[in-house]
Design a binder for this molecule. Structure first.
Ligand code: FEO
Ligand code: CA
Ligand code: CA
Length: 705
């Protein structure tokens, strides 16, 4: 019997990019070692270059929905969670209200930090940083003090979870010095969590449950420290908002067309409406009505038993990267040992209950978070919303897998811009019904000029046009042969059927509230142009794309509800000294090297902030900032680096621009590391702990200025 323990197989066949083998194993069960799940014959962009695009729907004149107040903006009159309609910025959390100073657009003034491989959190001169909260710190009242040797599932269920990713900071109405920090806990690494770990099989069921409890989200009330940009958790017994949401036992409500359908009914939930837990929550966004959206990403790795399902079910599982050839596999977490719903042979529909966008209302600590089926099911990186001029809410989303797609969702109902409780109640339903689109893009340069090296075509730009193809609207499917429920549950197959464009791993996708343009991080794609895989095209112009690029979308006439757009690549990442990089035409001698863009955010000046995952240039990961409009466009500088083995997640810039939060995810995640032999001792000098860090300017100025 072969040994399928996670411990023994991390190096077998590992062919991923720049990430350590241990990260590949734990985060996505070695997804890069498997063929990319998209085997559709969708034309790559070169086949359809300069194709005439059909116009669908009514294109209205649009504008940016910059109706939100900034952090520190006028306090809301309403008090208490029921009336809360926090002044949140959709997405990165900064506001564009007129209640705080607006730095001059595009002004960035810090001295960049140098690439490095230190086991340290490094920031520019003149800045300060501090750990806000780390793995094991108390969240819910009564949480026991963290002890790595005496950990229990009950303790972990009240403590800050593992591997923080998305970070959102939502002001508490009426309190300019208080906010709710909402954080995703994407995945666990048992090698680094349990002293003496040998294999997944050797874990006790209690330890499996600790891992389940270390997944999910945390809601933590934080307070400002003096007048600086520093924040710290509020201590005390009365912390009504503090909450852990876990994979172990938190109930979620399914909303939308798939709720109650046969596709999501199970023995334990014959209603098909209540799901236990959330999995692999990666990035996310903050809505204008003060909730958090969180993407369920590599949910496939949590299930075993794919070999025992029907042939039809196998085809669908395969498209989502589930293993169906064997019961166990390299990277299997074997959670079926604690809860048999993770055995697909016994519970084939349980898989369909994950892979959704989750909405958490942090101001409703007793409420069930919801999974919105109207927004489709794929490996959701996250979702960021903007309010279109029409009032409809538009969410932009990426499916993070090599050769997968970009999506957008347009709500049926309109946002009500009011702080009243009834308006908030209405806004909380906006993501429950709407229309889901997938992106198809074409380039404007001759295919022959896109040679896969990253060399710019003769017109000097990687750019072109795009179309949002309607997949489903309410209960009506626009994909032949698929019902609306099927389109929403097997959205990747729907994208295949309509010829969506295969992209280089779409990660975070976020609209700028200053310009209304949308920025998507294509993190990398080692398989582009390799073997029979799709070749480079103008939107993904490098074969074996190691360093990734930024994809900018401009909706036609600024209408976010429309169906056509233009696009360009403002940044093609890598070493600026290398000919295959592009930084908006800026002098590359002044630019910091950047590799594998993952999360994006904006400050209130509209500068684009980019965090990285898996620097293929040899440096630790970091956070970068660049103006994205005007003369300084492309002048990208590195703002910080994270410790050894870690990835930079978040980032989140508060609406007053005084603080930037990042999540330091998987510090010390290097093959061979353990609690006793840590590859990183950050942040406390003993063994590595994922943590959220806030950075501010010592003189009280705006971040990056
Ligand atoms: Fe969890 Fe797509 O990064
Ligand atoms: Ca071009
Ligand atoms: Ca990510």
């Amino acid at each position: 019997m072969p040994d399928f323990s996670r411990r023994l197989l991390p190096l077998l066949g590992h062919s991923g990019g720049s990430r350590d083998a241990m990260t590949c194993l734990y985060r996505c069960a070695n997804a890069c070692d498997h063929p990319a799940p998209n085997e559709s014959a969708n034309p790559y962009l070169g086949d359809v270059v300069n194709a005439e695009m059909s116009r669908r729907g009514v294109v209205r004149a649009g504008a940016v929905g910059a109706m939100v107040l900034g952090f520190g903006g006028s306090a809301l009159a309403a008090a208490g969670p029921a009336a809360a309609a926090p002044a949140a910025h959709p997405g990165s959390g900064h506001g564009h209200g007129h209640h705080h100073p607006q730095p001059k657009a595009g002004k960035i003034g810090f001295k960049p930090v140098a690439p490095n491989t230190l086991d340290a959190f490094t920031i520019p001169e003149g800045y300060r940083s501090s750990v806000v909260i780390r793995w094991g710190d108390p969240v819910e009242p009564g949480a026991p003090k963290f002890d790595v040797d005496k950990q229990t599932a009950a303790a972990q269920s009240k403590q800050f979870g593992y591997n923080n990713d998305f970070v959102g900071v939502l002001p508490i109405p009426g309190r300019s010095d208080r906010a709710l920090l909402v954080v995703n806990h994407e995945y666990t690494n048992e090698d680094l969590m349990f002293r003496g770990f040998t294999s997944q099989d050797a874990l006790t069921v209690e330890q499996v449950e600790i891992a389940m409890a270390a997944h999910g989200l945390s809601v933590v009330e934080i307070e400002k420290v003096g007048r600086t940009g520093q924040w710290k958790p509020v201590k005390g017994r009365r912390l009504p908002f503090n909450r852990r949401i876990t994979a172990l036992d938190t109930e979620f409500k399914l909303t939308g067309p798939v709720a109650g359908s046969a596709l999501v009914k199970t023995k334990a939930d014959p209603s098909g409406r209540i799901v236990i837990g959330t999995l692999n929550n990666c990035a996310g966004g903050v809505t204008p009505w003060g909730t958090v959206l969180s993407g369920e990403e590599n949910f496939n790795q949590y299930f075993i038993g794919g070999d025992g399902v029907s042939a039809d079910a196998k085809a669908k599982l395969n498209r989502y990267g589930f293993v169906t050839a064997t019961r166990y596999f390299s990277g299997s977490r074997k959670w079926d040992r604690a809860q048999d719903r993770f055995d697909l042979t016994l519970n084939p529909n349980e898989a369909n209950r994950f892979g959704w966008i989750v909405e958490v209302d942090p101001f409703d600590p007793e409420g069930r978070p919801r999974k919105h089926t109207a927004m489709g099911r794929f490996k959701h990186e996250g979702a960021n919303v903007i309010v279109a001029k029409s009032g409809h809410v538009v969410a932009y989303m990426g499916d993070d897998e090599r050769f997968d797609y970009l999506y957008k969702f347009v709500s049926d109902k309109k946002y009500i811009d009011s702080k009243s409780p009834w308006a908030r109640k209405h806004n909380l339903t906006l993501l429950e019904s709407g229309t889901l689109y997938v992106a198809k893009v074409t380039g404007d340069s001759p295919a022959a000029e896109i040679d896969g090296t990253g060399k710019l075509p003769a017109d000097g730009k990687f750019d072109g046009k795009g179309e949002w193809i309607k997949l489903v609207s309410g209960n009506r499917s626009f994909v032949p042969g698929m019902t609306a429920e099927e389109v929403l549950t097997f959205t990747r197959l729907a994208g295949d059927a309509v010829g969506a464009t295969k992209m280089d791993r779409p990660e975070d996708v976020q609209p700028s509230l200053r310009t209304g343009k949308i920025y998507a991080a294509m993190t990398n794609n080692s398989n582009r142009g390799v073997g029979t895989n799709a070749k480079a095209d103008e939107a993904n112009p490098r074969n074996a794309n190691k360093h990734g690029h930024i994809f900018e979308i401009t909706e036609t006439r600024g209408d976010h509800t429309g169906t056509t757009f233009t696009w360009e690549l403002p940044i093609v990442c890598g070493d600026p000294a290398s000919a295959d990089t592009y930084f908006g035409g800026y002098d590359k001698a002044a630019v910091s090297p950047i590799s594998c863009p993952d999360n994006v955010a904006f400050d209130s000046a509209g500068n684009l902030w980019i965090s990285t995952d898996g620097n293929a240039l040899g440096s630790n990961d970091g956070l970068f900032a660049t103006p994205i409009e005007g003369k300084e466009k492309g002048h990208l500088r590195q703002f910080l680096t994270v410790p050894k083995g870690a990835e930079t997640c978040g980032p989140f810039i508060t609406g007053d621009d005084k603080s930037v939060f990042v999540a330091v995810q998987h510090p010390g995640e290097i093959t061979g590391a353990s609690v006793d032999k840590p590859a990183s001792t950050w942040p406390d000098g003993d063994f590595a702990k994922p943590a959220v860090v806030v950075t501010w300017k010592a003189d009280g100025g705006a971040i990056g200025s």
